[in-house]
Design a protein around this ligand. Structure first.
Ligand SMILES: Nc1ncnc2c1ncn2[C@@H]1O[C@H](COP(=O)(O)OP(=O)(O)OP(=O)(O)O)[C@@H](O)[C@H]1O
Length: 403
């Protein structure tokens, strides 16, 4: 079974590569049990027509492979600033034998590195507030991005447990894992092997787990060949996971979609803040100084992009020994100090708890259990819900940066 799927996948990849004319345009191929193929294809964000031509070409080639019932294409944007568009990257010259077949990115393309810091150039892209606010997505009442300036601080753990706690409280919640560097939500929800189905309207149907609707960039990638997400922006993939999925309907919308964003304040994060109709952001940090310096940078990015930050969630705040003594392994009170300095509420102090880590590894969020781990996330959920409601009724606090 597995062998024949692998063969079909190789056949499909070869056909699509040949149709596209340049092998490195195809990022990955996945085939589901229902015969649905997901193609991830690089595209130039400045060349919509070329990208569309590439998509059609690839889908036509895929549809000719026996056993392929449906094809979904995800275009990943590849922006090459200061570069005039060559035909080789606009999809106009697919039959030209001079097109380079090496996987080297086009000149001028910058790769996003994990935890990349926001450059001055990126910060200067912060536009004035849009004259007309972005239109909300039909079927999603509010969008909260969960961000951290550094990797490994517990951002995905907070995203999953916040979503689960809100669902437990009766809200209709979606969770989109947009962490292109290491999507971990499927592991934390126990949905690693899930394959989102396609609806009759050809939209992705989010996977249901623990009362949540969820989609992950991990479902689109080939686990055998981890893809390298090139380019400063992966917006196309994220936009499609947002727009081409059945999160909710106009009549029955999601109350909240939580987006677990990649760590850092680089181009991918900036693009999400600028291009997605985000209601608000929550910043996750650990208490140590080195992490806190980056919180400021994260808050600055959201300020520049006019996304209100509802507060800070400090995690790994302390470890409590069996005698009840707290040990502040990563420093004490750092999140509170930073929250005060930025004029933001500290929405949670989440201790280091073995139950949180174990529940994450087991795919059953701690927020759904009974005990201290669940309590802390239920409290966070309540604080986030109140903060989101307040946003609607009063303007977000203005954050002023002195340098
Ligand atoms: N409060 C906590 N108590 C115990 N373990 C925790 C806690 N928060 C996070 N962890 C554990 O720390 C590890 C990293 O957490 P997580 O994956 O949520 O971080 P992240 O910031 O999303 O990382 P990445 O940058 O890779 O996306 C996981 O094994 C998780 O279970």
């Amino acid at each position: 079974m597995f062998g024949s799927r692998q063969k079909s996948r190789e056949k499909l990849a070869a056909a699509v590569r040949s149709a596209l004319g340049a092998p490195d345009w195809l990022e990955s191929v996945t085939i589901g049990e229902d015969g649905r193929a997901i193609l991830v294809i690089r595209a130039d964000s400045g060349d919509t027509a070329g990208a569309e031509a590439r998509r059609i070409e690839a889908e036509n080639a895929a549809a000719r492979i026996p056993g392929i019932e449906k094809v979904t294409t995800v275009l990943t944007a590849e922006k090459a600033p200061n570069q005039t568009h060559s035909n080789a990257h606009s999809g106009q010259n697919r039959t030209n034998p001079d097109i380079p077949l090496t996987p080297s990115p086009p000149a001028g393309t910058r790769r996003v590195t994990k935890g990349a810091r926001l450059s001055d150039e990126a910060l200067s892209q912060g536009a004035p507030p849009p004259a007309t606010p972005m239109r909300p997505l039909p079927g999603i009442a509010r969008i909260l991005v969960v961000a951290s300036a550094k990797g490994g601080v517990g951002k995905s753990t907070v995203s999953v447990n916040l979503a689960a706690a809100m669902a437990r409280a009766g809200m209709k919640v979606g969770l989109l894992d947009a962490d292109i560097y290491g999507p971990s939500i499927p592991t934390m929800l126990g949905t690693v092997n899930a394959e989102p189905a396609t609806s009759p309207a050809k939209k992705l149907v989010p996977v249901e787990a623990h009362g949540l609707k969820t989609l992950s960039i991990g479902y689109l990638s080939d686990p055998d060949a981890p893809m390298i997400w090139r380019g400063p922006i992966v917006m196309s993939a994220i936009t499609q996971l947002l727009n081409d999925a059945e999160w909710g309907t106009k009549e029955d919308p999601l109350d909240l979609l939580i987006i677990d964003t990649p760590p850092g304040t680089g181009d991918a994060q900036l693009a999400i803040a600028q291009k997605v109709p985000v209601t608000a952001a929550l910043i996750v940090t650990t208490p140590q100084e080195v992490a806190l310096a980056d919180v400021r940078r994260g808050a600055a990015m959201f300020a520049k992009t006019h996304v209100p930050v509802i507060g800070i969630a400090e995690t790994m705040s302390w470890f409590e020994d069996p005698a009840g003594n707290r040990h502040y392994l990563m420093g004490e009170g750092g999140g509170r100090k930073m929250a005060q300095a930025l004029g933001l509420p500290l929405l949670a102090e989440i201790p280091m708890l073995q139950a949180i880590r174990e529940a994450g590894d087991a795919g059953t969020p701690a927020a759904l259990s009974n005990g201290p781990a669940a309590d802390v996330f239920l409290k966070l959920a309540r604080n986030v819900a109140i903060a989101l409601d307040e946003l609607v009724t009063k303007p977000a606090p203005e954050i002023v940066f002195e340098d």
